[in-house]
Design a protein around this ligand. Structure first.
Ligand SMILES: [Zn+2]
Length: 404
């Protein structure tokens, strides 16, 4: 992924990095630390100053020189990208500056029956509160990426109960329009699990060079594929939906919410695990109780963990033969059901992939912020938003949002 960045992009990042590490530096000092000519540094700085990412902090008189040298520094409060992660029950808003550092983040819960209009209003309030409290300003905001959960999780206006469920794409388009108008920048909307996967792929500790399979085993089972640093959306926006691979074709196959029977989700989701436990005579009603039974070496609980890990390994193994990922990342309550869950999945996986190949299986590095961080990563790596129209942006922002 890094190799594909242009030389100009690499110079730009190198200058931002030394300014972040070094604080306040002259052009000569930046040139020495980055190891490029002073004219290259001046060119990069000129662009960064136009963007508002770098400001002149001071000037110093150098010995033997007539003119004082300008001292430059990052404007750490200049918001550059905003990542928003909507889940079924909460929204998390995160803002980064030009050097890629998170400068503000906040999260707020909402009721599952609140419509998208109300959910968006909550997210906008969180983002505006950052600016009101002087944490940052949005004068040079470049783009917003927003992760949405699966299809039809809510109506736009929750009070209209008689209306048919809002189609997913229509919700996405309205969310896009709303935030675009409010902040005057390009907005990118995608599935929140795809963004979470991208967050993992771009995490500093990730071993993957932008190639991974991601699976969240939670209330539902959702997956994503990142290949060549880009999340795969697919023709029907369903790329990576491993939760709906059919794994049980027997008469006992369970009904799935997708309308079919025997999908991975019916076995490997929280509900699926609890149902399997109860079918084996273990009366557990929460995933924590199931995990406790696993720790107590309860036979039924161990059997369920073993079955779930095996079937997850088989599905991921089939996908891995086709996609050849560098690693597989698991997350969600079910993936943490036992300490050896990833090892069990890896064992089942090994039975599926070609003999010469070993694909590591690990738990996700990132927690709750994965989706929002991945959303920001989509703006910096894969998606280049259209240049903002300054006049429009300035006239549409409230005075507080203009910042200092
Ligand atoms: Zn299904």
């Amino acid at each position: 992924m890094k190799a594909e960045r242009s030389l100009a992009d690499q110079h730009r990042q190198a200058v931002l990095d030394v300014l972040h590490d070094g604080g306040r530096l002259t052009r000569n000092q930046i040139s020495q630390r980055v190891g490029v000519t002073r004219s290259t540094v001046s060119e990069v700085l000129s662009g960064l100053r136009d963007e508002g990412a770098v400001v002149i902090a001071d000037s110093v008189r150098m010995p033997g020189r007539g003119r004082p040298a300008e001292v430059l520094s990052l404007d750490p409060s200049a918001a550059r990208y905003m990542g928003i992660d909507f889940a079924h029950n909460r929204v998390l808003v995160l803002v980064t500056n030009a050097s890629g550092h998170v400068i503000a983040t906040d999260c707020r819960a909402y009721l599952p029956d609140q419509g998208w209009g109300a959910r968006c209003a909550i997210a906008i309030t969180l983002a505006e509160d950052f600016a009101r409290s002087d944490l940052l300003h949005y004068r040079f905001l470049q783009g917003i990426a927003i992760g949405l959960p699966g299809p039809n999780s809510a109506l736009w206006d929750s009070s209209v109960v008689a209306a048919p469920l809002e189609p997913y794409q229509q919700v996405g388009a309205r969310v896009c329009e709303l935030f675009g108008k409010r902040f005057g920048v390009g907005v990118w909307v995608d599935h929140h699990i795809r963004f979470a996967a991208l967050g993992e792929a771009t995490h500093p500790n990730a071993s993957a060079e932008g190639n991974l399979l991601y699976l969240r085993l939670s209330l539902g089972v959702g997956g994503a594929i990142v290949t060549g640093g880009l999340p795969v959306r697919g023709e029907h926006q369903l790329g990576g939906e491993a939760g709906h691979v059919i794994v049980d074709r027997s008469d006992r196959a369970r009904d799935c919410r997708c309308g079919r029977r025997g999908c991975l989700e019916t076995l490997a989701s929280v509900g699926g695990v609890l149902q399997s436990c109860r079918e084996l005579g273990l009366g557990v009603y929460t995933i924590d109780a199931a995990a406790e039974a696993v720790r107590d070496n309860h036979t039924a609980a161990l059997e369920v963990v073993n079955d779930v890990a095996r079937v997850v390994g088989q599905v991921l193994g089939t996908a891995a033969v086709i996609l050849d990922p560098a690693e597989i990342v698991l997350t969600g309550e079910v993936a943490r059901l036992s300490v050896d869950f990833t090892a069990r999945v890896a064992k089942a996986l090994a039975g599926e992939v070609l003999p010469s190949v070993t694909i590591p299986v690990r738990l996700a590095h990132l927690g709750d912020e994965a989706g929002a961080l991945g959303a920001v990563a989509s703006l910096t790596t894969a998606f280049h938003p259209a240049q903002r129209t300054k006049e429009f942006a300035m006239s549409s922002l409230s005075p507080e949002l203009h910042g200092r």
